[in-house]
Design a protein around this ligand. Structure first.
Ligand SMILES: [Zn+2]
Length: 426
């Protein structure tokens, strides 16, 4: 096949393949939708423009000395959006990836990204019904399934599941149990479990191990979770001599429960929390730190009956993590997370992964917090994945190997949907 034909076939395969998005922060409409108070499904122009990436960016242009953080947080969502739109989209050229993302989304929804005021756009979004709109966005983004992130230690969300677990019953969405405090703050997590009827003691005395296992099983089942997830700091280590309770929780509680249910543990490692960086920026205040790949290696080796999904935030970790992935069939490498979700880095990382892993990884997840972001996150990533694949098939051609359209279609399906689906089923 000639390069031009390869390019055409790859574009056809990558754009027609529906994506199973394995990590987002989007919620099914039953959890309530913005702007309704407490609505957990965020969508629409004001949410898009006040995405925390853009809050960080507007504070580069209008610093806290001119607009104190407290003043910004006291503004209505609409006022915040107007402020960001004015400074990042009208008075400056919206070149950053987060800015461009809003524009791609508007364009693909059939709206004009050149509006100088948000009001006209607001009118269009105001006419949408959130439930129907979710289906529309999935069609435009060509996403067949959205994976939620469901933190059970969040009081508002836990109450919703406890009121009626059917809140999670939406064929478009899949739940994921997130339990960060069990590793990040074991003593307070134990106190909470005890208050919820699972008597857990920080020193593991009494029936703690069984109670913590019962807690995990209860919530995995209630949510019908596809996997269990944690976001971990750069300092995460396994084993960790400084945190023997954490080691014990992993070894005696987490690993046996997940192995019995054949569910993966997804670890997103390397986010330095805002309390150590800039707490006043809230969600926008986190940054990146280098993590320890050998801890992932130790887990994959010591728990061969368990499955692990891993992504790391630091560019500096990507090569070592990719090499580690070669060594373990129970490890699924996924995504270009957060500060890596930029075209130049996605391209570099995806190219390296294909060279080291062939098609046996998941190139991207959207991490969308606002439903509409699915549109641009996947449009931008698909473009890069297609570019990398085209180059790689052309190189095979130079080695005398003739790739077929059927193979290209199969590879696109593996990368965008089936590697993940098969891994969680395995
Ligand atoms: Zn996330």
């Amino acid at each position: 096949m000639k390069r031009r034909e390869i390019e055409k076939q790859v574009a056809r395969a990558v754009w027609s393949q529906p994506i199973t998005d394995l990590h987002t922060h989007c919620y099914a409409p039953r959890f309530g939708a913005s702007p309704q108070p407490g609505g957990m499904l965020l969508w629409g122009i004001d949410e898009l423009v006040t995405y925390h990436y853009l809050i960080a960016e507007v504070y580069r242009v209008v610093p806290a000395s001119e607009l104190p953080y407290e003043t910004f947080w006291a503004m209505s969502k609409r006022e915040q959006a107007d402020h960001i739109w004015k400074h990042l989209f009208v008075e400056r050229t919206p070149l950053s990836e987060a800015c461009r993302g809003v524009l791609t989304t508007l364009q693909m929804l059939g709206l004009d990204p050149n509006e100088r005021k948000l009001d006209k756009l607001r009118k269009w979004f105001h006419k949408q019904d959130p439930d129907k709109y979710a289906t529309k966005v999935m069609q435009v983004a060509s996403v067949d399934s959205i994976t939620m992130t469901n933190p059970v230690f969040d009081d508002h969300e836990r109450a919703m599941w406890e009121r009626d677990a059917a809140v999670g019953d939406d064929p478009r969405f899949t739940a994921v149990l997130r339990i960060d405090p069990l590793l990040r703050d074991w003593p307070s997590a134990c106190a909470k479990l005890t208050a919820w009827g699972f008597e857990a003691r920080p020193d593991f005395s009494g029936d703690t191990t069984a109670q913590v296992r019962r807690f995990l099983e209860h919530w995995l089942d209630k949510m019908k979770a596809a996997y269990l997830a944690m976001s971990l700091p750069p300092e995460f280590r396994y084993p960790d001599p400084a945190n023997p309770a954490g080691d014990r929780f992993i070894r005696d509680c987490l690993m046996p429960v997940l192995a019995a249910r054949k569910l993966p543990w997804a670890m997103m490692i390397g986010s330095r929390m805002r309390d150590k960086v800039n707490p006043a920026l809230r969600d926008a205040g986190d940054m990146v730190g280098k993590s320890d790949v050998m801890s992932v290696v130790n887990l994959c080796r010591d728990f061969p009956a368990n499955k692990f999904m891993v992504t790391m935030l630091a560019r500096e970790n990507q090569h070592e993590l990719c090499v580690a992935t070669r060594k373990f069939g129970n490890l699924l490498l996924f995504g270009c997370w957060w500060f890596l979700n930029n075209p130049s880095l996605i391209e570099e990382i995806t190219r390296m992964r294909v060279e080291l892993l062939g098609t046996s990884f998941v190139p991207q997840h959207s991490d969308a917090r606002v439903l509409d972001q699915l549109v641009y996150k996947w449009e931008h990533s698909r473009r890069i994945i297609a570019k990398v694949l085209t180059d790689k098939y052309a190189e095979l051609g130079e080695s005398g190997y003739d790739v077929s359209a059927k193979q290209i279609k199969r590879d696109a399906a593996l990368l965008l949907r089936d590697n993940y689906r098969e891994f969680i089923k395995r």
